[in-house]
Design a protein. Structure first.
Length: 397
């Protein structure tokens, strides 16, 4: 069978694949601790569930407008204005089946052969593959742990060519947990304006920030920046609603119209019932995410403290999201029962088989020195998992 060339350019989402492997082991009764899943362990709030139940009972189970219900787009517009002072018309908001789908609609509407899309590394796994699926070229912009993963102006300028078309910004960042300060956002915005780049601002971890810092949307910096930014967000992480599949994009009307047209010819509307649940979740405000963040914070501190006590491992304290991203280069090239562990992938396999903890190796995020561990799991799970990891690392020779 001759498949389309684009299908051969990509791999299945590694985060989803490893998470599925961990869940399958747990289902077989294996005592595995899952630090792989990129989703809150909290249950979806009751008010969102109740809205979905009411939707089912009252027959709100048919097609909705392809771009989302007026009610949900209104709730999103209200939220974006309240949180960031961003004002969008309904026609500038598109509700899709998760933020991943929002990003994909954007990729289809905006990227094409010859375009270069700038992706700061380390990056979330799907950005580069979505670029490749749409015939464009990902251009990786290195950022460094010792600089807090900030974007340096000179380095950003150095990757720009006449083909540069967009830059993807993800703050707080999956996998590093880093959050861009205002100065960094201003550098990105300034360079984007001068070189005519679209700014794709993935703000899915917006509500998961620590130490009293709040996330700034780059779109809020100035009217000029607003006009060339697409904000991507959704309910998956903030409201523990990963399975409901509601994400959204808000941005320039011409682009959003093109994305809406693509959606109307591909998936049509996101699930009607989930849209009702999303309205309830968004309208309820920050009480739920704040409660979650408080608990994540305890686990964050415990996990990072324990990682930093392990020989050969060091880990920055993440400022947002729910991932620790320890540097494990000091552990690589040691010997385990199956031989030398030369890469994070080898180490992740060793940790799964020997310590029964599931982690994601750094490679799919563009790092050959790190692992990603989600602490959206449970305080006790973090404590036990760290004991197991430390014991496993101490066995290496
Ligand atoms: N962006 C980032 C950075 C993510 O980690 C995720 C998690 N899957 C998404 C987008 C997509 O989220 P969803 O499709 O569940 O809304
Ligand atoms: N974003 C989550 C993660 O990074 C979910 C998995 C995915 O969609 O890739 O683990």
């Amino acid at each position: 069978m001759k498949l389309a060339a684009r299908a051969g350019r990509i791999v299945p989402s590694p985060t989803l694949a490893i998470t599925a492997q961990a869940k399958a082991l747990a289902a077989q009764g294996v005592d595995v601790i899952d630090f792989a899943s990129g989703e809150p362990d909290f249950d979806t709030p009751d008010h969102a569930k109740a809205a979905a139940e009411a939707a089912i009972r009252t027959g709100f189970t048919k097609y909705t407008p392809s771009s989302g219900t007026d009610e949900l787009r209104h709730a999103i517009a209200k939220k974006l204005e309240a949180d960031h002072g961003l004002r969008y018309d309904k026609s500038q908001i598109l509700v899709s089946c998760g933020a991943k789908h929002s990003l994909y609609n954007l990729a289809e509407a905006f990227y094409e052969a010859g375009d270069e899309i700038i992706i700061p590394t380390p990056y979330w796994v799907s950005y580069s593959d979505q670029v490749l699926l749409n015939d464009a070229t990902p251009v990786f912009l290195p950022t460094f742990e010792e600089e807090g993963y900030a974007i340096a102006r000179a380095r950003l300028e150095s990757v720009i060519t006449p083909r540069s078309k967009a830059i993807i910004v993800n703050s707080p960042c999956n996998p590093t947990g880093a959050m861009y300060d205002r100065a960094t956002l201003e550098v990105i915005a300034d360079v984007a304006l001068r070189h005519n780049l679209l700014i794709v601002s993935d703000e899915i971890y917006e509500k998961i920030c620590y130490d009293g810092i709040t996330q700034t949307s780059i779109a809020s910096l100035s009217p000029e920046v607003f006009a060339r930014t697409v904000v991507i967000n959704g309910v998956s992480k903030a409201y523990a609603m990963t399975g409901w599949r509601i994400g959204y994009a808000a941005g320039p009307k011409e682009l959003l119209t093109a994305m809406a047209n693509i959606q109307s010819q591909s998936t049509s509307n996101a699930t009607s019932i989930s849209q009702k649940a999303a309205v309830a979740a968004i309208n309820a405000g920050d009480e739920f995410p704040s409660r979650m963040v408080k608990e994540f914070d305890r686990r964050r501190r415990l996990m990072v403290q324990r990682l930093n006590q392990m020989p050969g491992v060091h880990c920055r304290l993440p400022q947002g999201a729910f991932y620790a991203f320890p540097n494990v280069s000091g552990v690589l090239h040691r010997r385990g029962p199956q031989g030398l562990l030369t890469t994070p992938a080898d180490l992740a396999t060793y940790l799964l088989t020997d310590a029964r903890i599931a982690v994601i190796p750094g490679e799919p995020f563009g790092s050959s020195a790190h692992l990603r561990l989600s602490y959206a799991t449970g305080y006790e799970a973090v404590a036990t998992g760290m004991d197991r990891m430390e014991a496993a690392l101490r066995k290496l020779s």
